[in-house]
Design a protein around this ligand. Structure first.
Ligand code: NDP
Length: 246
């Protein structure tokens, strides 16, 4: 029997990148998986199809987390379709940057909605359904440990909020054996941050290992935290960043 057999996982932003690979990894571990997407319906369905072709169970559902009810709707949909929820992975996000003085309030609101509000609301809704031993895992950023220059004030602020949120969740849900953790990726080669992008060499130079990570590196950390090995890890964050924050 696989270690996540019988578990149900919800992974937000799983049409591409880290979320897609994480959904596959959790499915490989035996979990039934719900993948959400904002716009990339075809890509999300393709990931779900691949999982099912490999003998897993996966469903894709649209959920644009800029909307105030989207996170709760995704959780409720998951519980309706698969009867339970054991692992919530708050992964969806988008890259935004620019000088402080040029950040419009609409962008501030969008970042807070997707990166912070939706995580809070998804965790709140998930906690209503999760049985003892559940997992809430949020994807933060290496900016939680080191902001290497200007233009990233929004991203650094929003991802840092996940640390406080996670500590609060850990305290609140600990008595039920539910853990809350953050995984902080360094530069990971995805659509958001391609390893051949304009700033890629600069980012490589900030790591100790001298290269980008792959989505699999983050998925492996999530799978560990989601599995039995993660049962005594809560209220903390794990940097998977090639030494970016050393
Ligand atoms: P990608 O751009 O490859 O994928 C982003 C995912 O988030 C997609 O599935 C996308 O859906 C979804 N998404 C984007 N906007 C929304 C929205 N408004 N509502 C719901 N879903 C949305 O990014 P990564 O895989 O690289 O990033 C995943 C996470 O990792 C993010 O939280 C990011 O901040 C974090 N991270 C990534 C790093 C990196 O170097 N790649 C470094 C540090 C942190 P759709 O396809 O439908 O648009």
């Amino acid at each position: 029997m696989k270690e996540l057999s019988g578990k149900v996982a919800l992974v937000t932003g799983a049409s591409r990148g880290i979320g897609a690979v994480t959904a596959r990894r959790l499915a490989d571990g035996g979990a039934a998986v719900v993948l959400t997407y904002a716009r990339s319906a075809d890509r999300a369905r393709a990931v779900a199809k691949e999982i099912e072709a490999d003998g897993g169970r996966a469903l894709a559902v649209q959920s644009d987390l800029t909307g105030p009810t989207a996170a709760v709707d995704a959780v409720e949909w998951t519980v309706r379709e698969l009867s339970r929820l054991d692992i919530l992975v708050n992964n969806a996000g988008f890259l935004t940057y620019g000088p402080l003085q040029e950040v419009p309030v609409e962008e501030l609101d969008r970042v807070l909605a997707v990166d912070v509000r939706s995580v809070f609301l998804a965790a709140q809704a998930a906690a209503r359904h999760m049985s003892d031993g559940g997992r809430i895992i949020s994807i933060g950023s290496c900016f939680n440990g080191r902001v290497p220059g200007s233009n990233f004030v929004l991203q650094a602020m929003a991802k840092s909020a996940l640390i406080g949120l996670t500590k609060g969740l850990a305290r609140e849900l600990g008595p039920r054996g539910i853990t809350a953790t953050v995984v902080d990726p360094g530069p990971i080669d995805t659509d958001m941050n391609p390893a051949d992008g304009d700033s890629a060499d600069f980012q490589r130079g900030l790591t100790a290992l001298g290269h980008f990570g792959q989505a699999q590196d983050i998925a492996a950390a999530v799978a560990y935290l989601a599995g039995p090995g993660g049962r005594y890890i809560t209220g903390t964050s794990l940097a998977v960043d090639g030494g970016y924050t050393t």
